[in-house]
Write a protein that binds this ligand. Structure first.
Ligand code: GLV
Ligand code: MN
Ligand code: MN
Ligand code: MN
Length: 403
């Protein structure tokens, strides 16, 4: 039987990003397609029936010998796409652990009384098209199919075009009653993405909730001009306004208990060393356990952005790209996880997951595996091989309880 680390070793070279460090595996890139092929091969090797649904979700089916069909199936899995310069575990750990759990169940001679599937969701990170958990949002209908089709990547390619290039029919994107109707329960294993399990001194935790989060795009428009000939007092420089806004965001979030707000992506346009930008686009990630507080934070940041822009002779407009309310995982699945992992603590998370989207439609839950660096969305993210194998074993234990 392969260890989780052995499984991950096989994809160790896929999508390495020499410039950023770590991995860049955007959805439908060559790297992500290589990972999908790896999954198909691994699933097939385990006797799972592989299929891709109309939204590009990959499935590997272990059909129950009881002939009960696939409705009400138990589903586990995660994603294979990454953030730019991400780590090796965010996503792939859940997929590799699911495959290892299938091995463990087979070795134990488990005969599933209901079908079991391993699922791989596309564009979980929203790194290419801007909306996180796009695959699970499409599957469930949580995003309008037209909105999804028209999402653009930084090169201007629409999601519809990218999906078509990968053999999907763009007209068939969107809520998939059949695929959704097959999911009875969803359990996602994931690397822990903060210092939660270091502080708790435990290799695994039962997920309790995901704090509400969303993404907003702020556009600050000024006057593009010459860096040498434009006097300092004559400028309407949106980069200067953007700098003020970024500081204001930090201050506002720091003054709000439990809030997190981040500007991780800024795009000056046209973007030349000797050019005063005509426009700056920046993306704001805002998270808080209380959805009303998130809304208030957004309003406050919007107001401060308009003020900062006006002070520099610029204007600012804010658009929402995606938002997900706080999610509490299914109580019965949490109970089953606790029974499979005696002594494991419960842990809320600030990270978004497909399980958070699916939770709005089917009973869903998560378990986390310790990350000894406490760092994620970075090459420093890590999981010790023993912890990874422990995670796969407890995943197999909980699946066995639920099968
Ligand atoms: C995804 O990992 C997110 O939480 O942004
Ligand atoms: Mn993830
Ligand atoms: Mn992530
Ligand atoms: Mn995530």
């Amino acid at each position: 039987m392969e260890t989780v680390s052995n499984l991950l070793e096989a994809i160790d070279d896929v999508g390495r990003d020499a410039a950023r460090g770590g991995y860049s595996r955007p959805v439908f890139s060559t790297a992500e397609l290589d990972l999908r092929s790896w999954f198909e091969e691994q699933a097939t090797r385990r006797g799972l029936a592989v299929e891709t649904d109309r939204n590009g979700v990959l499935w590997g089916w272990w059909d129950s010998a009881t002939g009960n069909g696939r409705r009400g199936a138990l589903v586990t899995g995660s994603h294979l796409d990454s953030v730019p310069g991400g780590g090796a575990f965010d996503g792939p750990l859940g997929v590799a652990s699911a495959l290892a759990a299938v091995d463990i169940l087979r070795e134990r001679g488990v005969e599933p009384q209901r079908s079991l599937a391993v699922a791989v969701f596309p564009e979980e990170e929203g790194s290419r098209f801007g909306v996180a958990c796009l695959g699970s949002r499409l599957l469930t209908g949580a995003i309008d199919a037209d909105k999804a089709r028209n999402l653009k990547d930084p090169d201007g390619t629409t999601f519809a075009e990218a999906a078509q290039a990968r053999g999907l029919n763009p007209q068939h994107l969107g809520r998939d009653e059949e695929a959704l109707g097959r999911i009875g329960d969803f359990v996602e294993l994931h690397v822990e993405q903060g210092r939660g399990l270091i502080d708790l001194d435990s290799p695994v935790a039962v997920g309790t909730s995901i704090i509400g989060h969303g993404r907003w795009k702020l556009t600050i428009t000024g006057q593009g001009n010459h860096a040498g000939t434009t006097l300092m007092e004559d400028r309407a420089d949106p980069m200067v306004a953007a700098a003020q806004v970024i500081l204001a965001i930090r201050k506002t979030a720091a003054a709000t208990a439990d809030a997190r707000a981040t500007v991780g992506r800024v795009q000056p346009i046209p973007g030349g060393t000797n050019v005063i930008a005509s426009r700056v686009e920046l993306w704001i990630d805002i998270r808080h356990p209380d959805d009303a507080t998130t809304a208030a934070l957004v309003e406050s940041i919007h107001g401060q952005a308009q003020k900062a822009a006006a002070f520099e002779g610029c204007s600012a407009s804010l658009t929402q790209e995606s938002v997900s309310g706080t999610v509490t995982f299914d109580a019965e699945l949490q109970r089953q996880l606790s029974l499979a992992m005696p002594g494991a603590p419960g842990l809320p998370t600030g990270a978004g997951h497909d399980a958070g989207i699916l939770a709005g439609y089917v009973p869903s839950a998560m378990l986390y595996v310790r990350n000894p660096t406490g760092v994620s969305h970075s090459p420093e993210e890590h999981v010790e091989p023993d912890d990874a194998d422990h995670g796969a074993t407890v995943l197999a234990d909980v699946l066995k309880r639920l099968l």
